[in-house]
Design a protein around this ligand. Structure first.
Ligand SMILES: [Zn+2]
Length: 110
């Protein structure tokens, strides 16, 4: 099962995102510079997060079909793990910043 989408990015020509599912294996490619270089680009992350702003479905594909392709796939579980780690990382960064400020204040003695 394959679906294709166009996403308007910074280039004049929209990027092509292609989703292909075989059993529980899902591959998602993007034609942007980062995507072509095999880096996880913001277009693929946006698609996974359900943010379809600037996205349109190619003929024969629907935006609703993205969920069907992602649900139950190997990508879905990895993406959920990524979201958990991303949230924890945000919390750690906040704690790190607070502790750093407290350390500086304590060193000043005020
Ligand atoms: Zn991309």
């Amino acid at each position: 099962m394959k679906s294709e989408y166009y996403v308007q990015g910074s280039a004049a020509t929209p990027y092509l995102l292609s989703l292909e599912r075989t059993m529980d294996r899902l591959t998602i490619s993007c034609s942007c510079k980062a995507g072509v270089n095999n880096t996880l680009c913001k277009h693929r992350l946006a698609l996974l997060s359900g943010n379809f702003v600037g996205a349109s479905a190619a003929p024969g594909s629907t935006l609703d079909g993205i969920r069907d392709l992602v649900n139950g796939s190997d990508i879905e579980s990895l993406y959920q793990e990524f979201l958990v780690i991303d949230r924890e990382l945000g919390e750690l960064k906040a704690r790190h910043g607070k502790t750093k400020k407290l350390l500086a204040r304590t060193m000043r003695g005020s």
